[in-house]
Write a protein that binds this ligand. Structure first.
Ligand SMILES: Cc1cc2nc3c(=O)[nH]c(=O)nc-3n(C[C@H](O)[C@H](O)[C@H](O)COP(=O)(O)OP(=O)(O)OC[C@H]3O[C@@H](n4cnc5c(N)ncnc54)[C@H](O)[C@@H]3O)c2cc1C
Length: 392
């Protein structure tokens, strides 16, 4: 194929790029899909512990963070989890709901990549991998992309190179550089769905590394009731990963260690087991070592009978709002996604096309739309990729 024979060039053969290329290709567009990695869909392959949590049946716009919380609505409404499940079913890929609406392959994430590649093949997409993308230029209504030592030209260009989370997987901030080159604004990117690190007084909790407990984690107005995990650096587990997207440096993260316990449970415990210690009362609900550490911190030794109801009520209140002050996150190296990215203000929510540059599109994680943990980020990749694929 000669250089000018494409209708569109899609940069990045990840979740969003493959969906976009397949949709456009199947509409009869001649699409070139480029990636610097040796193979497409690397993040899909490692996602969901190798089983790809490919969507969430509870998808709705309020499960996404963005400077404009309304931006994602249109694309999400026009390509829903039901649409993606229908595609998965067409390929006979078995799946199950693990928890909270999260759908995972029974077999392997490889099946999702194979499906997307087959969809691209059906659309006659020309997929090329393993070369660096060099200069991208624009003039006379044409985009020219340097790929390895070749130039490719097309009247439309899609930025689908994702965010910088997990650089060792080939993730880069290329999308932002390109967006800025074309005059688009970028909302400051930061790591999200990422473990938090503890220092100062909280450092003692690192000794609990490996211990998990069901908690409610809160930061600002956000709250997630799921498991938290202590690590040798600080805090992780689904509740913490979720809250990390809402947490800002300097703010506390508050943990309710007994989110299901009725008010007054500790004074009730005193009436029921007056000879028990606070540690034993906590140990009835929490892993032993966590109970021990919390009891030590609360510094109320002796039998419950010897403690006033007031002291027990104070302890209960503290256990319900235990304030950690993370000193940071484990960064892009460990972040499942990037929050922030190409500002939605410069894009059409219908088509993902830049308002200021005709036929330039941005989709997927590169855009300032970030989902909760649990399949939401792939649903955004599919939906935004589909929206652009239909508009190309
Ligand atoms: C460990 C892990 C587990 C995850 N699990 C889940 C999950 O189970 N469910 C879920 O919904 N989300 C999950 N995510 C998030 C999800 O993977 C991303 O949100 C999603 O892949 C974003 O799709 P995308 O197409 O925008 O970007 P990507 O899938 O990251 O694709 C971007 C593509 O662009 C290419 N690229 C990057 N820079 C360049 C460059 N400079 N030149 C050329 N090509 C480039 C990359 O090689 C890549 O192929 C997980 C993420 C990680 C890191």
């Amino acid at each position: 194929m000669s250089a000018a024979d494409y209708d569109a060039i899609v940069l990045g053969a990840g979740a969003a790029g493959m969906m976009c290329a397949a949709v456009a290709g199947q509409r009869g567009k001649r699409v070139l899909l480029l990636d610097h990695a040796e193979a497409p869909g690397k993040k899909i392959l490692i996602s969901g512990g190798g089983r790809c949590n490919f969507t969430n049946v509870n998808t709705q716009a309020d499960r996404f963070l963005s400077a404009n919380p309304h931006f994602a609505k249109s694309a999400l409404a026009r390509y829903t989890p039901t649409d993606f499940i229908a595609l998965v079913n067409t390929y006979g890929i078995a799946f199950h709901e693990k928890t909270l609406g999260q759908l995972f392959c029974d077999g392997s994430a490889k099946q999702i990549v194979a499906m997307l590649l087959e969809e691209c093949a059906k659309g006659g997409v020309d997929l090329r991998c393993g070369q660096p993308i060099g200069a991208v230029t624009h003039g006379d209504g044409r985009f020219t992309v340097r790929f390895g030592d070749q130039d490719f030209i097309a009247p439309a260009l899609v930025i689908a190179t994702g965010g910088p989370s997990i650089p060792k997987m080939g993730a880069t901030g290329f999308a932002y550089d390109l967006a800025r080159q074309f005059g688009l604004k970028v909302v400051e990117p930061r790591p999200a769905l990422v473990p938090l690190t503890l220092g100062g007084d909280d450092v003692l909790f690192r000794e609990l590394s490996g211990i998990a407990a069901p908690v409610e984690a809160r930061a600002g107005k956000a709250a997630f009731r799921e498991a938290a995990l202590f690590t040798h650096k600080g805090l992780s587990g689904p509740a913490i990963l979720q809250i990390s997207s809402y947490w800002r440096h300097g703010e506390p993260v508050s943990i309710d260690f007994l989110p299901g316990a009725p008010q007054g449970w500790l004074t009730d415990a005193k009436r029921a087991r007056p000879r028990a210690t606070l540690r034993a009362a906590l140990g009835a609900h929490l892993p032993d070592r966590l109970a021990e550490t919390l009891a030590d911190r609360l510094a109320l030794p002796g039998e419950l009978a010897a403690l006033t109801d007031r002291k027990l009520a104070d302890a209960e209140a503290r256990l319900a709002r235990w304030a950690f002050r993370p000193n940071g996150t484990e960064g892009f190296a460990k972040a499942e996604v990037t929050i922030g990215g190409i500002a939605t203000a410069g894009l059409s929510s219908q088509t993902m096309m830049a308002k200021s540059v005709q036929n330039l599109y941005a989709i997927g994680e590169a855009v300032d739309v970030t989902g909760w943990l649990g399949g939401y980020n792939f649903q955004w990749a599919w939906a935004s990729g589909h929206a652009a694929g239909q508009a190309l």
